[in-house]
Ligand binder design. Structure first.
Ligand code: COI
Length: 420
């Protein structure tokens, strides 16, 4: 796909406004956008289609669906719409969908990140010898933006992701954006892609920050240059089951993490490492895999893409964070929500045997939100939970969490950041 070029004021930039499909509407972007950098505030007007000349952009039609924007200078105000995008919001899944813009910021080894900028979404050029490609020096994050009924947009605890990325960067010998840089970059990217945020209740805009060693290395060493990049995609439910209970299998052979390893940070390699077990499980009809600790093969760790909780006699338990489990932000939020609702929550070693007696089991994650577990198979024995739906406790926690995330409660626990 043809791409490239930073949006800059008043001169030719060879990039595609993507996608641009239906009747004309305009998007108003209130964020630093002069040359779409993190500097003085302005707003950008984009006339999406039909491809035409507007006061802001001259757009040439290059195909039925894409337009080549060649000039941008003046910024003005107009309505913001999420309509006119060819997405059936009632059927949206967790698949990747390209949006209009991504954010990029670079830093050299020992330096600081600076000059972050938006650019049209598209492929990036990476040196084949980049540390991220050769030695996996990379981290990612995941967070979501929700559209409220009143049109405002909410981010859920973005500073937590920033802090987690900084912790991961330390483990992976990488520089990292400051918390403020991270949060500002997220806001900027979300506002630039505002029209892709699903209508209230139909899903969210998944935000994927990446931190990569993009400088070239050959001998094993930290990269000489780093790229922080954010792209976004509108998403619905993570599991194909939707909010229906998922079916897990306990993995006996493969392990996700080892003590002293990188299981506690969101490094890209942790996720490639679970694909084998996940594929085998999926081929057998399971939704995903539940991992055990690699020392005793006895304690619950986490599912490939989310944390795990069990409920027994109204006591909620989850594996403690001890370096081999990802410190999930949804995990942390659920613990806090549960305690505020009066539940006892234990972070401790949870044995696989406790699955036999559990009343409810559920998973949490940014992508997953809170997903009830309907069954877990361990050594060919299947344990079932609930009656084809959420258990009472899981349901209560799900409702409390999602109400907070979507701004449906008065007290937002100071967890949401509003953009408009
Ligand atoms: C998330 O929940 O945001 C994650 O990063 C998990 C990913 C495998 C989708």
């Amino acid at each position: 796909m043809e791409r490239g070029g930073v949006v800059s004021g008043g001169f030719h930039q060879n990039y595609i406004l993507y996608p641009s499909r239906a009747a004309a509407f305009t998007t108003r972007l209130h964020y630093p956008f002069s040359s779409i950098r993190n500097s003085p505030s302005s707003s950008l007007r984009i006339r999406h289609s039909p491809c035409s000349i507007s006061s802001s952009f001259i757009i040439h039609e290059v195909s039925r669906n894409r337009c080549d924007a060649v000039s941008s200078n003046s910024y003005s105000t107009d309505v913001t719409e999420f309509a006119e995008i060819e997405i059936d919001w009632d059927k949206i899944d967790f698949g990747f969908k390209p949006t209009d813009y991504m954010y990029s910021m670079k830093c050299s080894r020992g330096g600081d990140f600076s000059n972050g900028q938006l650019q049209p979404f598209g492929n990036i050029e990476v040196n084949p010898s980049a540390a991220v490609l050769n030695y996996g020096q990379g981290l990612f994050e995941g967070l979501k933006a929700y559209r409220k009924q009143d049109g405002n947009i909410l981010l859920f605890r973005p500073e937590e992701n920033a802090i987690r990325m900084r912790n991961g960067a330390d483990r992976m010998c990488m520089p990292s954006p400051t918390v403020q840089q991270f949060v500002e970059a997220v806001k900027t990217t979300v506002l630039a892609n505002k029209r892709w945020i699903p209508p209230p209740g139909k899903g969210s805009l998944y935000i994927r920050p990446l931190l990569m060693g993009t400088g070239a290395v050959l001998g094993l060493a930290p990269a000489p240059e780093y790229t922080f990049l954010i792209f976004v995609s509108p998403v619905g439910n993570y599991f194909k089951e939707g909010v229906a209970p998922i079916n897990l299998i306990v993995e006996n052979e493969f392990h996700r993490a080892t003590p002293g390893g990188t299981g506690g940070v969101k490094t890209i390699g942790n996720y490639a490492a679970v694909l084998k077990a996940q594929s085998i499980a999926k081929a057998k009809g399971y939704s995903d895999v539940l991992y055990l600790d690699c020392v005793h093969n006895r304690y619950l760790e986490e599912v490939s893409s989310c944390n795990i909780f069990i409920v027994k006699d109204n006591v909620i338990s989850t594996p403690e964070i001890k370096g081999t489990i990802l410190p999930g932000i949804t995990r942390k939020s659920i613990i806090e929500v549960a305690r505020s609702l009066g539940f006892k929550v234990e972070e401790r070693n949870v044995t696989v045997d406790e699955l036999v007696e559990a009343d409810e089991v559920f998973c949490t994650g940014t992508a997953v939100v809170l997903s009830p577990v309907g069954s877990i198979t361990y050594k060919s024995q299947r344990f079932s939970y609930g009656e084809d739906g959420f258990g009472t406790v899981s349901k209560q926690l799900y409702t409390s969490l999602t109400s907070l995330q979507m701004g449906l409660t008065e007290d937002n626990m100071n967890w949401t950041v509003q953009l408009s």
